[in-house]
Design a protein around this ligand. Structure first.
Ligand code: PLP
Length: 230
């Protein structure tokens, strides 16, 4: 299957999932997760009409983004170390994986130096897995006001990666928890948060049913991941 076939099929499935959930398909952003994929694959995807791409390593993104078509827009979805914050601010238009106050402060400072603002999502470790990054919900609730008050960051919502499960129905509980947590955050901040980034190749339809606004899809679009080029 070509990227074009895969994209058409994913778009159709997004439409169908939205129809079942009584949602507008325009409300879903499809983020093509291009990690490990070579620049040619990205060039081809842009030509077919895909605009939004997700990368999870700053080093790799730094090598790829400058040579990608200018139409492509980039979101960071991996664990970000503070010492890479400056580069991330240069490369990405959204950082979906803010998982600590110290990182958020560093990002705000680097944005200030670059005279930019950055939309961010707060990553939640919804199952409390020690192998994963992301906020525990209690800590997120307690740091939320300070996160939202950082001058150069704009908190737009939450992101999560549920535990891997062969049965996508197993993700539903974590998606639901993320939606509920977003609603609690909106109460605390007294402002709507537009985004819930949840759902990957194996479980995006369930994520849409549970309220996702951004689905992050890699292998179902590009095929199996390549060995990392960098
Ligand atoms: C790799 C990755 C994805 C995409 O996973 P697929 O199962 O290939 O769709 C989504 N989100 C994050 C954070 C990732 O690292």
């Amino acid at each position: 299957m070509s990227f074009a076939d895969n994209l058409a099929s994913i778009q159709q499935r997004i439409h169908a999932a939205c129809a079942r959930a009584g949602r507008d398909a325009q409300s879903i952003m499809l983020l093509a997760v291009s990690k490990t994929q070579p620049p040619e694959a990205i060039g081809q995807a842009v030509q077919i009409g895909q605009i939004f791409f997700g990368e999870n390593k700053v080093q790799e993104a730094k090598a790829k983004i400058p040579s990608a078509p200018g139409k492509a827009r980039w979101h960071f979805i991996g664990h970000l170390q503070s010492n890479k914050a400056r580069e991330a601010v240069e490369l990405f238009e959204m950082i979906q994986s803010v998982d600590s106050l110290s990182l958020a402060r560093e990002l705000s400072k680097r944005c200030d130096q670059a005279a930019k603002s950055m939309p961010v999502l707060l990553e939640v470790n919804a199952a409390g897995e020690s192998s994963k990054f992301g906020y525990q919900p209690e800590l997120l609730r307690s740091e939320l006001r300070e996160l939202a008050s950082l001058p150069r960051l704009s908190v737009q919502g939450l992101m999560t990666i549920p535990p891997f499960a062969a049965d996508p129905e197993k993700s539903r509980l974590f998606f639901r928890r993320l939606r509920e947590l977003k609603s609690q955050c909106e109460d605390v901040l007294q402002t709507p948060l537009p985004h819930l980034s949840m759902g990957m190749s194996g479980d995006f339809e369930i994520a849409i049913q549970e309220g996702a606004t951004i689905v992050r899809i890699g292998t179902a679009l590009f095929g199996p991941r390549k060995a990392r080029p960098v």
